[in-house]
Design a protein around this ligand. Sequence first.
Ligand SMILES: Cc1ncc(COP(=O)(O)O)c(C=O)c1O
Length: 450
Amino acid sequence: MTQLTPQLRYLPSAQQQALWLENVSIQQLASQVATPFYCYSKAALLSNIHACKAAFEPENIHIHYAMKANSNLSLLRIIAEQGLGVDIVSIGEMRRALSAGFKAQDIVFSGVGKTTAELAEAVLAGVGQFNLESKEELAVLITIADKYQQLVSALIRVNPEVTVDTHKNITTGAKGNKFGVNFSDVLPMLETAEHSPFLKIKGLAMHIGSQIHTTQPYLDAIAKIQRLINELKIQGYLLTQLDLGGGFGIQYKDYQQLTRNTEQQEQQEQQEQQEQHYLAFSDFSNAIKSALAHWQGRISIEPGRSLMADIGVMVCEITYIKESRPTSFVVLNAAMNDLMRPALYQATHALIPVQSPSSSLQTKYDVVGPICESTDTFSKSASLPTDLAAGDLMCFLYTGAYCAVMSNSYNSRPIAAEVLVDDAQAHVIRQAITQDDLMAFEQPSALKLF
Ligand SMILES: Cc1ncc(COP(=O)(O)O)c(C=O)c1O
C-alpha cells in the first residue's frame, strides 16, 4: 500500500495496485461518472477542519472559511456543521453560505468591488462583518445602513505593504495591489463613519496573499497594523477587531516525491526539512499568538486553500500518447477549462496513473489538454511512467482548492462533475454541466429583448 495524500492510496487490486480514495475505488467511480471529474474525501476535509480548529480555537482565534477556494454546497454544509464561519466575496457566495446553513452573523463579506445591490442584500440579510476596501465603498455602505436603519459592523482592510515570497499573481498585500486601503486613509474613513448612527467600524482586516510558507510576512504586517492601531487610539478611535485573512501554504508534492520508496522518502524528507520547513496550522497560530500577546480584542482568520487543497483529486483519461520530437506529449481529456491553475499561475499538480505502473521506468512528457491554446499545458517535461497508454485513467492531486470553482466552458466543453466520497460511499455533489445545458441558454427566443 502506498499512501499518497491523506485519504488517497494505492491498494492491491486483482493484477495491479490501484488508487482508492477512502474506501472507494477511483476506477469504479470512473465507470459511473464521465471523466474528467473532481472527487473529494469527506474524512480528509474533516481532518483538516479539526487540525485548524485545534490550532486556532484555543487561542480564541475565530475561523472563517474563505469559500472562494471551493464553494460546493455539500462541502459548505460539512464546514457549517463543524461550526466555522465563512468569508465571501460576492452575493452569489452569500446565497450559497446561507443555503448551506451558515448564520448571517458568521459571514464576513470581503472583496474590492462589492456593488450597491450586493451590499444592500447583504445588509438586509444581516451579514456580520463587512471588510471595506475603499472610502468609496464606505460611502455606499453608510447610505445603505442609514436607509434601512440597520446596524452594520465593518472592518477596514488595509494594505500593509509587506513582501511575500509567493507567485506574483497571488500577492495581495504589496505596494500597488488593488486590495485594501493605504494606512493614511484609515483615519479619514473613521471620521466619516462617525457621522452614521448605523455603521460601526470595529477594526482592521488584512489578507496578504496565498500559498505563504513563512510566518514572517504575517509578523511584519501585524507589527505595522498594531502601530497604526496605537496611533488611532491616540486620536480617540478604539479598534477592537483584527481579521488576519488567509494564505497559509500547503505542500503540493510532485510525482517523484509521492512515489519514492520508504527509504528514499525518509532521506528526501530529511533534506526537504533542512531546505524548506512546511508550516502547520499550529506554526501560524503560535506566531499570531506571540505577535498579539497583549491584544485584548477579537482575532479572526480566513483560510481557504489549507482546508481544501489536499482533500481532492481530478480524474481524467489519456486520449493520446503523442510521440514527437523534440517533445512527446501526454494529451489528456481534461483541459485548462477544467483545471486553470497551471495556466493562471504556472502551478503544477502531480499527475499519477490510477493503476500503479508495473515498472519504475520513466519518460519525459509535456502534459497537455485538447484546448486550442498553448497555455493549455499542465506540465512541461514531467517524468511519467513509460508504460502509459491511451485510455489510461489518471489523477491530478491537490485539486480541492481553486480548481473546480474556476472551471468554465471554453471551447464548448462541459463543466466537470464533482463527487464526494465518505468511507465506502460516493455521491455526485455537482452534476456535470453539459453542452446541451450550455446551449439551452443560447436559444434565440431567450435573447429577444424588444
Ligand atoms: C480576502 C481573502 N481572504 C482569504 C483568502 C483565502 O486565502 P487562502 O486560500 O490562501 O487561505 C483569500 C484568497 O484570495 C482572500 O482574498
